[in-house]
Write a protein that binds this ligand. Structure first.
Ligand SMILES: [Mg+2]
Length: 406
């Protein structure tokens, strides 16, 4: 098989960099995007200056404030970041149709376009220069024969650099990297491996495949290949649905708040199933209601950190719903929830991909439902609908008009 050319591009500290572009006085300061210091929630991005204080994406804002009290905390604006992201995608798509992109990073497979370029590495450098010039944002670029090596090259290039792994250099590149560099090696796997006195990637090479499998199950195979820089996965260029929504009209107009929320919870539950299946996360959650006079209203919430878990999406949806409902004097005839601006997140996580308990729970629930039917697991809130609808263990509630749009 011919050696592929995969280019991985990552915008450095994306949200923070956009904020600096919009307000140049922020340049060189520790910028933390995601919310104000005492708000709930987590930091979505920390500028490199903020990282020096130990702040990183995913850290609770309060903790970020403790570490970096002089930090400049910004709520952030998803719509603006989205505009930049679209521009980024349009630009890189000029170089190849084979692009796997999320909001701020992308893999480009240049292999098929070989006849167009005299040198892959020159083209990769050109892409970097153009993105930086036309977007005004720094990017790090890694080039390698597959996704994992390209991504590892990018992490060497950060921030704002360029790193290429040439043919024959793979082993030398990998050997002294720490095992934590491998995507998907979570804290648990790290503890186990360190107990075995395995700290660098080259230490992994000494372990037979069978022992890795005995420690990590099927993930052990992945680890075996990853640690040797072997990765034949193609880019995931399949199109992502624009939105997924679930809505229903009630048997008769409803006013009871608890029952309305039970419907909403059930719809959120149905909504998150295809999200998990497609490994999709939503940046926008929208709730729609129709009043007894047929007026329709909707409210949306934009999220910097996209969500997938039922409980979290329900929380957002509930807040939106209550804003709509509490200002109404009419009963409702329909409620719906929609997830849009979907992204396929964490493209390279191979094992322990979901460190959060709620996410693992969702996957476990899916497994049970795949075996025993959707109705086999329901929350207490959802169970309230039992008095209204007939129930099938396989399909769940038989709603009046369950529209399952995609
Ligand atoms: Mg980035």
């Amino acid at each position: 098989m011919k050696r592929r050319c995969i280019v991985h591009i990552d915008i450095d500290a994306f949200f923070a960099a956009v904020e600096e572009l919009l307000d140049p006085s922020l340049k060189g300061k520790p910028v933390i995007v995601g919310g104000l210091p005492h708000e709930r929630g987590v930091a979505s991005t920390a500028s490199y200056e903020a990282r020096r204080y130990g702040v990183h994406a995913g850290m609770p804002l309060r903790k970020a404030y403790q570490l970096c009290p002089n930090g400049i905390f910004v709520r952030g604006n998803y719509q603006i970041y989205k505009t930049f992201s679209k521009k980024f995608f349009r630009l890189i798509s000029q170089y190849t149709p084979d692009v796997e992109a999320s909001l701020d990073e992308a893999y480009l497979d240049l292999t098929r376009c070989r006849p167009l370029y005299c040198s892959f590495s020159r083209t990769a450098r050109e892409i970097k220069q153009r993105v930086e010039k036309e977007l005004g944002l720094n990017v790090s670029v890694g080039v390698g024969p597959n996704k994992i090596l390209a991504k590892l090259a990018t992490s060497q290039a950060k921030p704002s650099g360029f790193f290429e792994i040439r043919q024959g250099e793979e082993e030398a590149f990998l050997k002294d990297l720490g095992i934590e560099c491998l995507p998907g090696i979570g804290p648990k796997a790290q503890v186990i491996l360190r107990m075995l006195n395995i700290h660098k990637i080259k230490d992994l090479w000494g372990l037979p495949r069978a022992s890795l499998r005995s420690f990590f199950g099927l993930n052990g195979d992945e680890l075996y290949l990853q640690s040797r820089g072997i990765d034949s996965r193609p880019l995931v260029v399949a199109s992502i649905p624009k939105s997924i929504s679930r809505e229903t009209t009630f048997l008769e107009d409803l006013w009871d708040r608890r029952l309305l929320l039970a419907h909403l919870a059930y719809l959120c539950d149905r909504l998150t199933l295809p999200l998990r299946k497609g490994r999709l996360f939503a940046h926008i959650i929208e709730v729609k209601v129709r009043y007894s006079d047929f007026r329709t209203e909707a409210r949306r919430h934009l999220l910097l950190t996209p969500l997938q878990e039922m409980e979290k999406i329900y929380k957002v949806a509930q807040e939106l719903f209550l804003k709509l409902f509490s200002s109404s004097r009419l009963s409702l005839r329909l409620v719906g929830v929609k997830a849009s601006d979907l992204v396929r997140a964490r493209p390279l996580s191979l094992f322990e991909p979901y460190s959060e308990r709620s996410e693992r729970l969702g996957l476990a629930v899916d497994e049970v439902r795949a075996k025993y039917g959707f109705g086999s697991v329901l929350t207490v809130r959802e169970k309230m609908l039992e008095s209204l609808y007939s129930f099938e263990k396989k399909r769940g509630y038989v709603l009046k008009t369950a529209s399952l749009t995609k």
